[in-house]
Each structure stands twice: as structure tokens, then as C-alpha cells.
Design a protein around this ligand. Structure first.
Ligand code: THU
Length: 160
């Protein structure tokens, strides 16, 4: 038997410790929570993706009476980016969550399906995508989406 320890790198920042660029992106993700369509969960999630050309693509969760037909904020932003700017890498992705009248103290934690899509996005463009998870108390910054999903499944795995 062998044992492998998978390490992940996460940094937690106070608001004033974030860069101006990170704060600007988080501010857009926070604004986006206002556009979230979440009549079932009342959990508003906003996302902002910054592309290599500087364009920022906005997203927010979109729910549906047929629950599984809805989509998380992260994927609305990443799929919109892929549809509108297929040649542009996504360099940064910021997320913010708002519920019960306030932004969450703890950063929101992306679901497994969103992590898989984030990793594919990173892989597709061959670089790292920084992931910024906003929380009112502290904000988590992952240098790479892969840090959120150890043992990733990517196109090479399909080759066996
Ligand atoms: N949600 C997101 O948009 N992103 C996440 O990272 C976690 C969950 C959404 C899905 C659903 O609309 C609501 O939050 C409650 O799960």
C-alpha cells in the first residue's frame, strides 16, 4: 500500500490586502448577486470572469422550477466567456454569495460540477486561472482552479 498526500494551496486575505484588480473583480461579482434568479433557494451567487483581453464577463445563478435545469453562477460566467470570446483565456474568476440580507462571512464554496468546469477552462487555455472566493470576513484566493479539485479529470484521461 502506498499513501499519497495531496496538497492544496489557499491564501486568505482581508479586503485591504487584496490587489486593486482583485477588489474590482470581486466588486462586480458582488453587484451580480443582485441579478441572480434564485426564487427557490434565495441564495444569490454572483460571478465575474476576467479574460486575457481585459474584458469582464458577468454571471449569476439561474434557477428553474425543474431544479436540475438551473445553473450556478460560475458556470453561467465561464460558459458565456467561452461562447463570446472562445480565443481568450480566463485569467481570474471571482465569486460572491448573498443571502438573508447580507454577503456571507465565509467565502462560498463552488460545487463539484463548477470546479470541474473551472479546471477544464484552465486546461483549455493552458494557463492558470486564479479563483477568488469573497467572504465578508476573509477572501480566499487560489492561484489555480486545479487547487480546488485534486486528481482532476481532463482530456488526457480520456486517452487511457
Ligand atoms: N450556487 C452557485 O451559483 N454557485 C455555487 O458555488 C454554489 C451554489 C447556486 C446554485 C443554486 O442556485 C443556489 O446557489 C443554491 O444552491
Amino acid at each position: 500500500m502506498k499513501e499519497y498526500n495531496l496538497k492544496t494551496q489557499l491564501r486568505a486575505y482581508r479586503w485591504d490586502e487584496l490587489s486593486e484588480e482583485q477588489r474590482a473583480l470581486v466588486t462586480i461579482a458582488k453587484e451580480q448577486t443582485e441579478h441572480s434568479y434564485c426564487p427557490y433557494s434565495h441564495f444569490h451567487v454572483g460571478a465575474a470572469a476576467k479574460l486575457g483581453n481585459g474584458v469582464i464577463i458577468r454571471g449569476c445563478n439561474q434557477e428553474n422550477a425543474a431544479y436540475p435545469s438551473g445553473l450556478c453562477a460560475e458556470r453561467t460566467a465561464l460558459f458565456a466567456a467561452g461562447a463570446q470570446y472562445p480565443e481568450q483565456p480566463v485569467e481570474k474568476l471571482a465569486i460572491a454569495c448573498f443571502t438573508d440580507g447580507h454577503f456571507t462571512k465565509e467565502p462560498g464554496s463552488p460545487c463539484g460540477a463548477c470546479r470541474q468546469v473551472m479546471v477544464e477552462t484552465e486546461h483549455r487555455y493552458g494557463g492558470k486561472m486564479e479563483v477568488i472566493l469573497y467572504g465578508d470576513d476573509e477572501t480566499y484566493v487560489f492561484e489555480s482552479a486545479a487547487d480546488l479539485l485534486p486528481l482532476i479529470f481532463v482530456s488526457e484521461n480520456l486517452k487511457g
